[in-house]
Design a protein around this ligand. Structure first.
Ligand code: BES
Ligand code: ZN
Ligand code: MN
Length: 513
């Protein structure tokens, strides 16, 4: 008997929520705005430079006076709002501290500008400060504005208030046409990739089944140039011998999927880079069931898959000269009469057998098959697994860095640099030989847990057992980065879409020049 019954979809199932539109973004030539609503940068100790200084002159010193009166220090990210200063109906002052050092500072500036003006009933002109070593300042500030104003929406009564349109933002740039090109051709593609990932991650798991996730990806990429989406259903997954992916999903009435999103923007025949994402649409732990507190958050256990799909959307939208493929290992981890048990032995697609120590260590199972399939199918020149894999990584690194694992020092360097540039920081964690030893099983090739060894490293080491000799490989554990508990300027509370910006940056290094 086939284990899958058709999941009942009630007529009472919720629809997608009402979502407030992100503020419209435009660009204009940098000059002192003559009136209206404006955003101005303010330096350390309230210093006014350039257009900010000119605006203060036009306001007959009212802005400088307000800064002094309020004791506004102009620290990075600090804001002060004034109404009716000279010819300006409203002025938002955004601190830049010692000056903006890089693109990430600019994103924060743009996010603060957007958030600080979102309630205004007016079009807003945003004066953009110069950031060192950034070419397209205004487009990057706009990216920060878009990222920082993400809003998934709400159901029920709360939906009414989230439907309001926000003030349109015009970013002022020395060359408005160039800024618009940088936004439309590049920065907005990053925002779109992150938004797609955040939407998938935010969606509750009564909507988000593996099949639903696959459908969203198919729909999103319909008509996108140079992209092919392949969806393998449970029958094909079984026929390919993916016992680890299949077994993980078999406790759910909603069967697993394996999705490949292939983008060909590089040379024909050039090996792609592969982003292999964990896509557990809900992780109860299975028979090794999780405690109930915070289990709700496990709807985000598909964040690696979401980031992989989002990154390929970004690459396709900005016409990146690179070949890349996202592989999404989608399953729901549920306890049930048909679920796998601790002590069971599964056979993966590679032929390696796995003794199940905990059905809650399911991410490594689905990734083992997805990674093997990725290598067999695409022979990638770089394979990256990205997963909300272990609670342990948060214990080690907090919500400040994702864990990076690789045997390749040069790749570690490349990824850490890319993380600094993209604003998605990484810290390399160890892969001691003892960690691999801890995975030895008495009855199978491997077991899916290793006592006494560090948890995040055990997960990484397990996955590495499915990496072929010739495949350059990196594993990222994003368990503590995928969901913002409080929110930052650029990443509001909730789904982060961690990995999209990093993968975009990594891909730049592989692009044909
Ligand atoms: N999805 C969880 C990891 C996780 C924890 C993600 C907290 C985000 C926040 C993963 O499947 C899991 O359950 N890992 C276990 C591994 C253990 C059973 C070896 C863990 O971290 O406890
Ligand atoms: Zn999980
Ligand atoms: Mn788990």
């Amino acid at each position: 008997m086939k284990p899958w019954i058709t999941a009942a979809v009630s007529a009472l199932a919720i629809a997608m929520p009402a979502v407030a539109e992100a503020p419209a973004i435009d660009f204009a030539k940098a000059a002192r705005p003559s009136s209206g609503a404006i955003v101005l940068p303010v330096g350390k100790d309230g210093a006014l430079h350039g257009i900010s200084k000119d605006a203060d002159k036009a306001a007959k010193g009212a802005i400088a006076e307000a800064i002094a009166t309020a004791g506004f220090k102009g620290d990075a990210g600090q804001t002060l709002t004034l109404y009716g200063a000279g010819p300006y109906a409203a002025v938002l002052l955004v601190g830049t501290g010692e000056g903006l050092a890089n693109a990430n500072d600019l994103k924060v500036y743009g996010a603060m500008a957007a958030k600080g003006t979102s309630k205004w009933n007016a079009a807003v002109n945003v004066v953009v400060p110069d950031a060192k070593d950034v070419a397209d300042d205004a487009a990057i500030a706009a990216l920060g504005a878009r990222l920082g104003t993400y809003n998934f929406g709400k159901w029920g009564k709360a939906a009414e208030e989230s439907g309001e349109p926000k003030a349109a933002l015009t970013f002022l740039a020395p060359d408005a046409a160039a800024a618009r090109r940088a936004w439309e051709g590049d920065a907005s593609a990053i925002a779109d990739g992150v938004y797609f990932a955040r939407d998938l991650i935010s969606t509750p798991s009564n909507i988000k089944s593996p099949a639903w996730f696959a459908d969203q990806v198919v729909a999103k990429f319909e008509g996108v140039n140079n992209v092919t989406v392949t969806v393998l259903d449970e029958t094909e997954i079984e026929a390919l011998g993916m016992g680890a992916l299949y077994g993980t999903g078999q406790g759910s009435v909603r069967p697993p999927r394996l999705v490949a999103v292939e983008y060909k923007g590089g040379k024909a025949g050039d090996a792609p880079i592969a982003f292999v994402g964990k896509g557990i649409t809900f992780d109860t732990g299975g028979i090794s069931i999780k405690p109930s507190s915070n289990m709700w958050r496990m709807r985000m256990d598909m964040s690696g898959a979401a980031a992989s799909a989002g990154a390929v959307l970004t690459l396709a939208e900005r016409d990146a000269k690179v070949n890349a493929v996202a592989i999404l290992a989608l399953a729901e981890n549920m306890p049930d009469g048909n679920a796998i048990r601790p002590g069971d032995v599964l056979t993966s697609m590679s032929g390696k057998t796995i003794e199940i120590m905990s059905t809650d260590a399911e991410g490594r199972l689905v990734l083992a098959d997805a990674l093997w399939w990725a290598q067999e199918t695409y022979k990638p020149k770089l394979a990256v697994t990205i997963a909300t894999l272990t609670g342990s990584v948060g214990g080690a690194l907090g919500p400040d860095y994702a864990g990076l694992f690789t045997k390749d020092d040069a790749l570690a360097e490349t990824f850490i640099k890319a993380g600094e540039t993209s604003g998605e920081p990484l810290w390399r964690l160890p892969l001691h030989p003892n960690t691999f030893k801890a995975l030895r099983s008495d009855v199978a090739d491997l077991k899916n847990g290793g006592e006494g060894a560090p948890g995040a490293s055990v997960g990484a080491a397990f996955i590495m057992e499915w990496v072929k000799e010739e495949t350059p490989f990196v594993h990222l554990d994003i368990a503590a980065m995928a969901w913002q508990n409080s929110g930052t300027a650029v990443d509001p509370k909730g789904a982060v879409g961690y990995g999209v910006r990093l993968f975009d940056e990594i891909s730049r290094g592989y692009e044909a020049k």
